[in-house]
Design a binder for this molecule. Structure first.
Ligand code: PLP
Length: 363
C-alpha cells in the first residue's frame, strides 16, 4: 500500500535568501526538502518534508556504480496576485514515470508526488523570487540506494525533491545563440535511454559541450546516433525550424526527450493556425533550405530558457546565419505567450496552470 501522508519536520533556523540580482542557476537551495523511501516489499513509504540536509547512503549504493537514476525539472512562478503556480506539472510526473520504467525503477504515484511538490512549494513560498523572469526551480529525482554492487535493478530507492531560486535566463532580454552541430559524439541512440531523463544522458553529453564551449558556442546540436544525419535536439532543449512558412520539429523517435515546452509550443502553433509538423529533418535539408533562402527561424525550447532563438548554426565549416542573427517573430510570440501564461500575466486558455495553494494539505 502506497504511503499517503507527509510528515513535516521544520528547520529551526531559516537560511538567508540570495539578493535578487545575485540569483544564479542551481547553487542555492531552500530550507526544506521532500524525501520518500522505497524498499522491497514495502513499496514507497515514509514520505516526509525535512530540513534541507546531506543524505547518508552506503558507498556500495547502486547509484554510484551503475547510474540507475532519473530526474525532472520544472518551476514555480509567482503571479501578479502573489500566487505560486506550476506549469503543466502533471506532464513532468508522467515523464518521471516513463523514465522510471526505462530505468527499471518502480513507478511513483503521480498525484501523490505532485501533492508532495505542492506542499513543499507552499512551505517554501517565500523563496520564490519576485523580480521579472525569476522563479523557483523544482528538481525531483530518484536514486538507487541498495548497498549491492551486482548489476541488477536496485531494490531500494529514494525519491527526493529539492528547490532552488533561479534568476532570469535572459537578464538582458531574449537573445539568439550560436550553436555547433556535433558530428563526432552522439548523445544517445534509438533504443538507448534518450527519451528518459536519466543522468547518464547528461554525462554522455559533457565532452562535446565542453569542446564547443571553448570556441564560443552556447550548445551543441545533436544528430541521430546511427547516420549522424538527422537532427535530434539541442543541448538540453528540443529544437524547431521555420522553413518556408512551416514550423518543423524532429519527430519523437525514442532517442529525443519529449519536452513539456515542445508539446506546448506545438499546441500554441496549432492554436494560431501556423503550420507545424513533426518529422525527420536532416542537416542537409536545413543547409539546402538556407541556401534557397527558405530557412526563416530556428529556436530551442525547454523549461530553463522557454524559447532560445538560434542566430547561427555551424556545421562542418559552414556558418548558417539565421534571420540575420535576430530573434524571429514566431520565437518572440511563443516566448511572450508562454512566459505570460507561466507568470499569470496572460489568460491560460489551455488550463496549463496549476495553482499551488489549491492543494488540500494531507496530514
Ligand atoms: C535533453 C533535453 N531535451 C529537451 C528538454 C526540454 O524539456 P522541457 O521542455 O520539458 O524542459 C530538456 C530539459 O528538460 C532536456 O534535458
Amino acid at each position: 500500500m502506497e504511503e499517503r501522508t507527509i510528515q513535516v519536520d521544520l528547520c529551526s533556523m531559516r537560511k538567508e535568501k540570495p539578493k535578487p540580482d545575485q540569483l544564479q542557476f542551481g547553487k542555492v537551495f531552500t530550507d526544506h526538502m521532500f524525501i520518500m523511501d522505497y524498499s522491497d516489499p514495502l513499496g514507497w513509504h515514509d514520505a516526509r518534508i525535512v530540513p534541507y540536509q546531506p543524505i547518508t547512503v552506503d558507498p556500495s549504493a547502486m547509484i554510484f556504480h551503475y547510474g540507475q537514476s532519473v530526474f525532472e525539472g520544472l518551476k514555480a512562478y509567482l503571479s501578479p496576485e502573489g500566487d505560486a503556480q506550476l506549469f503543466r506539472p502533471e506532464k513532468n510526473m508522467q515523464r518521471l514515470n516513463r523514465s522510471n520504467d526505462r530505468l527499471c525503477i518502480p513507478p511513483i504515484d503521480e498525484e501523490f508526488a505532485l501533492q508532495a511538490i505542492k506542499e513543499l512549494v507552499t512551505l517554501e513560498k517565500d523563496w520564490i523570487p519576485e523580480s521579472e523572469g525569476t522563479s523557483l526551480y523544482i528538481r525531483p529525482f530518484v536514486i538507487s540506494t541498495e548497498p549491492y554492487i551486482g548489476v541488477a535493478p536496485s531494490r531500494h530507492y529514494k525519491f527526493i525533491v529539492i528547490l532552488s531560486p533561479v534568476g532570469a535566463y535572459y537578464a538582458e532580454g531574449i537573445n539568439p545563440v550560436k550553436i555547433a552541430v556535433e558530428n563526432h559524439y552522439v548523445r544517445t541512440v534509438k533504443g538507448g535511454t534518450g527519451e528518459a531523463k536519466t543522468g547518464g544522458n547528461y554525462a554522455a553529453s559533457l565532452k562535446a559541450q565542453e569542446m564547443v564551449a571553448n570556441t564560443g558556442y552556447a550548445q551543441v546540436l545533436w544528430l541521430d546516433g546511427f547516420e549522424k544525419k538527422y537532427i535530434e535536439e539541442v543541448g538540453s532543449m528540443n529544437v524547431f525550424f521555420k522553413i518556408n512558412g512551416e514550423v518543423v520539429t524532429p519527430a519523437l523517435n525514442g532517442s529525443i526527450l519529449e519536452g513539456v515546452t515542445r508539446n506546448s509550443v506545438i499546441q500554441l502553433l496549432k492554436h494560431w493556425n501556423i503550420p507545424v509538423v513533426e518529422r525527420r529533418v536532416s542537416m542537409e535539408e536545413l543547409y539546402q533550405a538556407k541556401k534557397d533562402g527558405l530557412l526563416e527561424e530556428a529556436f530551442g525550447t525547454g523549461t530553463a530558457a522557454v524559447i532560445s532563438p538560434i542566430g547561427q548554426l555551424t556545421w562542418n565549416d559552414e556558418h548558417l546565419f539565421i534571420n540575420d542573427g535576430k530573434t524571429g517573430a514566431v520565437a518572440k510570440r511563443l516566448y511572450d505567450t508562454l512566459t505570460g501564461i507561466q507568470y499569470g500575466k496572460l489568460e491560460d486558455p489551455f488550463g496549463w496552470i496549476e495553482k499551488v495553494e489549491e492543494v488540500s494539505r494531507v496530514k
